[in-house]
Ligand binder design. Structure first.
Ligand code: FMN
Length: 172
């Protein structure tokens, strides 16, 4: 059987790419062979021993393309170790850790399709200039103005690496 691991991601404004790459790097440093690919470029899962899939959160959910990926590959993902992660801004709020139980539920629709062997929840990046929708940009500017969210990079690389390290034995 193949020993290769797939780390795949869905992103809107780019920050989930860095999280996926950091997970891939940590797994490679642990001696695993890893491909890191956007979900839309993944054609065939049969060559992989295990799959780690992650998405940016929008409207308290994985991006639709990410849920579609799991739905389309449900049978195959159920037969191999599958881990899931999310990247969101709720965990970057003041006292964000208090919201972790709420954030964990953002993955409920994914969990209902395929039960992950492990789940990671990470704070992301708010870069309003990269948000494609004008009305969303206005909403985010107001959220920043009222102190709900803070613009910038809130990714916690130590937490991301530590999750990836904990993942390795569950994937092989
Ligand atoms: C349109 C939009 C909706 C969002 N909705 C949520 C949300 O419901 N909850 C949350 O915690 N973060 C939300 N976020 C924040 C993103 O999850 C966060 O910025 C993440 O780092 C984006 O990842 P990406 O750069 O890979 O797209 C939203 C961001 C955008 C642009």
């Amino acid at each position: 059987m193949s020993t290769k691991i797939l780390v795949t991601y869905a992103t809107c404004t780019g920050s989930t790419v860095g999280v996926a790459e950091a997970i891939g790097k940590t797994l490679s440093e642990g001696g695993l062979t890893v491909d890191v690919l956007p979900m839309k470029e993944v054609k065939n899962l049969s060559q992989y021993r295990a799959v780690v899939a992650g998405s940016a959160i929008q409207g308290k959910q994985w991006l639709p393309e990410a849920v579609d990926f799991v739905r389309a590959n449900r049978a195959e993902l159920s037969r191999k170790p599958f881990a899931a992660f999310l990247v969101c801004m709720t965990l970057a709020m003041k006292n964000g850790e208090n919201y972790r139980p709420f954030v964990v539920e953002f993955l409920a629709p994914v969990r209902a399709l395929v039960r992950p062997v492990s789940e990671g929840q990470f704070a992301g990046v708010l870069n309003i200039s990269k948000v494609p929708s004008f009305s969303e940009r206005i909403k985010f500017r107001l959220s920043v103005l009222f102190g709900v969210w803070t613009e910038g990079d809130h990714r916690d690389w130590k937490a991301i690496r530590s999750w990836a390290e904990s993942l390795a034995p569950r994937l092989v």
